[in-house]
Design a protein around this ligand. Sequence first.
Ligand SMILES: NC(=O)C1=CN([C@@H]2O[C@H](COP(=O)(O)OP(=O)(O)OC[C@H]3O[C@@H](n4cnc5c(N)ncnc54)[C@H](O)[C@@H]3O)[C@@H](O)[C@H]2O)C=CC1
Ligand SMILES: O=C(O)[C@@H]1CCC=N1
Length: 268
Amino acid sequence: MHTIAVIGAGKIGEVLLSGLLKAGWQPDRLVATARRGERAELLRERYGIRVLSNEEACAEAEVLAIAVKPQDAAALMADLGQHIPREKLLISLCAGLPTSFFTKWLAEGTPIVRVMTNTPALVDEAMTAISAGPHATAAHLALAEELFSPLGRTIRVPESQQDAVTALSGSGPAYFYFLVEAMTDAGILLGLPRQVAHDLIVQTAIGSAIMLRDSGEHPVKLREAVTSPAGTTISAIRELENHGVRAALLSALEAARDRAKEIADQNL
Ligand SMILES: NC(=O)C1=CN([C@@H]2O[C@H](COP(=O)(O)OP(=O)(O)OC[C@H]3O[C@@H](n4cnc5c(N)ncnc54)[C@H](O)[C@@H]3O)[C@@H](O)[C@H]2O)C=CC1
Ligand SMILES: O=C(O)[C@@H]1CCC=N1
């Protein structure tokens, strides 16, 4: 069994650590690094894992999962790159950064895999997309899948699609929460108590998501089944179309994709 180091165990790094522990990884196979002492202490207490310096973690683990913010990656790699021998596998979780970003700090031949996951990993329902970067073999991709499959679903995509994946499923949970928040407000407008509105919409979201996943039906079909002739739903749909919600989503995701590219450009 490999030892995995999560370099920069913040929100996403912690999700990965807790998922691996739930999947049966032994705490002595997991190592984390953190910038702040209190964070290190919390991770030690919560998970019983070792929290080391970046350099020690690199020496200890065969797989290095880079989970710092993209804006912190250059400083990290400038310090750490020289301590990473080519036998290690580097897995980047950083939004926007292409695998070519990392190669300049790494020994020639070091394998890199790029991953985009999302926060539903906390409830074992992540969507994780995995791409081979330079020198990543089928075995490296299989190892990345082994690490992320306990957190939910995994798919493989070409690296050229990762910015789009980031815009769609990486950021996706935020769009659904935004929608739930707005629909709860709409319930308040219609006179429902906040808690009732919240409960109604959360269960409706869960039911709709399960139907989308399990029915095998196209979303248009599912929507049509709710939309009665001259009924209530079509009145609401007309307002959504009048307000350009579909166009807003297209623009929103394009903006997220463009921001991923911009992050890369600012850090290259
Ligand atoms: N939050 C999300 O929904 C998602 C985030 N990501 C990506 O995951 C990465 C991490 O994001 P979050 O967990 O949200 O950020 P975060 O800010 O919660 O975690 C990053 C952690 O890295 C630590 N750090 C920074 N520089 C360090 C260094 N030199 N040595 C050790 N630790 C260092 C910070 O102290 C922080 O705890 C980002 O690159 C982001 O693009 C990917 C998918 C989803
Ligand atoms: O907002 C962000 O930059 C990160 C990447 C995907 C989700 N959160």
